[in-house]
Design a protein around this ligand. Structure first.
Ligand SMILES: [Zn+2]
Ligand SMILES: [Zn+2]
Length: 416
């Protein structure tokens, strides 16, 4: 694939990332100081695509029918070879800015693809690196839309990283996430004068009360890794009128897609039973489910190796411990892991006062120290991507583990 050996290629990549550091820092801070929520990431989309184009990437803006998504590729598979891909997230949270550190995810991804591109050029590699701009991770399921539009077809791997605080997590190359979805439930009954003719009414608030109660009882028989949480959004306004409408929002999460299917059915039974008991009708609107991460062990092992090569101070627990530790977040990268051999490692930034989704973490995501750690993750991802591109045996191992996974549950319309 190339006349150079892998270590030379990785050294070229590291050097290119070091050279780009000032630009990477600028982009990082520009994203951080211009936080944009899901599907409104126009500034992020512009500065990232402009830079990639300037660096010789083939850029498709507004890709896959999403105005703030992009695909930027470098290299070619026309003479044979594989395509490695890296996901760049850049959406922020409402009111609290980059409290999930997606500015760092974009920076790490950008570093990685610049490094790989330099190695492809100098090493005359047959193969391609693709940067996907993946908007709306926070609730919008951007990667799910991109998956459905075929974005990840033909990718030999999908790499990304996510910053975390040591308050809630640790460096984890084999990180897992929860599988789940959120839904809005609307019960509709019939209003009536609550004193004069209550027997004419059908009480929608009673339906929500029954749902909360039966889910509360259900919790006794669910698994420790299951989560069901809900709030009431609206109900009647006057005590003397039987409430005609009641709206609640719930999330239902489990450790795996198989378990999610079971838990979701139990939840649906509680929801329908409340409608039956009260005589209300029920309408449930589910968001696309975020599936659990199915980490590719081979990619994770090499990633961990290369993080420690970039910064020997970055500590990892044993592989068994990393795999055992369930992380209680959800990400649409989980869905990507069902389609392509993938990783979603977590890396620690120094945020002593707050975990992700706090203002304290927002501040931590702007520091020089967080930037330095982020760039190290970029170097590690670039090194892994290069191995996928030039090492046939390694690429075959990666693909073989993916091919051996039983993904049949993912075809069930009930879990989409
Ligand atoms: Zn988040
Ligand atoms: Zn996040």
């Amino acid at each position: 694939m190339s006349n150079m050996d892998i270590k030379e290629l990785q050294a070229i990549s590291d050097a290119a990332i070091n050279e780009a550091n000032a630009v990477l820092r600028e982009i990082n801070l520009s994203l951080h100081s211009n936080p944009e929520i899901m599907y409104q990431e126009h500034h992020a989309h512009k500065i990232l695509t402009d830079l990639l184009e300037e660096r010789g990437f083939d850029v498709e803006r507004g890709a896959f029918g999403i105005s703030t998504a992009f695909r930027a590729s470098y290299g070619s598979t026309s003479g044979g070879g594989r395509t490695a891909s890296v996901n760049l997230e850049y959406d922020a949270l409402r009111d609290i800015g980059h409290a999930c550190g997606h500015n760092l995810i974009a920076t790490a991804g950008l570093a990685a693809v610049l490094g790989v591109a330099a190695a492809i050029k100098r090493g005359e590699i047959k193969g391609r690196i693709v940067a996907f701009g993946t908007p709306a991770e926070e609730g919008g399921g951007g990667k799910i839309k991109m998956l459905r539009a075929g974005a990840f077809e033909g990718m030999a791997c999908s790499l990304m990283v996510h910053p975390m605080s040591a308050r809630s997590s640790h460096n984890n190359a084999y990180s897992s996430s929860m599988c789940g979805s959120e839904l809005t439930i609307e019960y509709t009954g019939k209003p009536a004068h609550a004193m004069a003719a209550p027997w004419d009414g059908i009480n929608a608030l009673d339906a929500v009360t029954l749902l909360h109660t039966s889910v509360g009882l259900l919790r006794q028989q669910i698994m420790p890794t299951d989560r069901i949480r809900g709030v009431v959004l609206s109900t009647g306004q006057q005590s003397a009128v039987i409430p005609e409408k009641a709206v609640a929002r719930y999330c239902v999460r489990s450790a795996s897609l198989e378990r999610y299917r079971v838990l979701k059915q139990k939840f649906v039974n509680c929801m329908d039973a409340a409608a039956l008991a009260t005589g209300c009708t029920v309408k449930a609107t589910w968001l696309p489910a975020y599936w659990d991460i199915r980490t590719n062990d081979h990619l994770a092992a090499r990633y961990m190796h290369h993080v420690q090569r970039a910064d020997p101070d970055q500590q990892f627990r044993s592989v068994e411990e990393q795999k055992r530790c369930p992380d209680c977040y959800s990400t649409d990268q989980g869905n990507v892991t069902y389609a392509v051999p993938s990783i979603h490692p977590t890396f620690m930034i120094h945020s002593p006062d707050g975990a992700v989704h706090t203002r304290e973490f927002t501040a931590a995501a702007a520091t020089d120290d967080a930037h330095r750690r982020t760039v190290d993750q970029g170097k590690a991802m670039a090194a892994v991507a290069l191995e996928v591109l030039v090492d046939d045996a390694f690429a075959a191992q990666v693909q073989a583990q993916y091919d051996a996974m039983d993904l049949s549950v993912a075809k069930d319309p009930f879990v989409q």
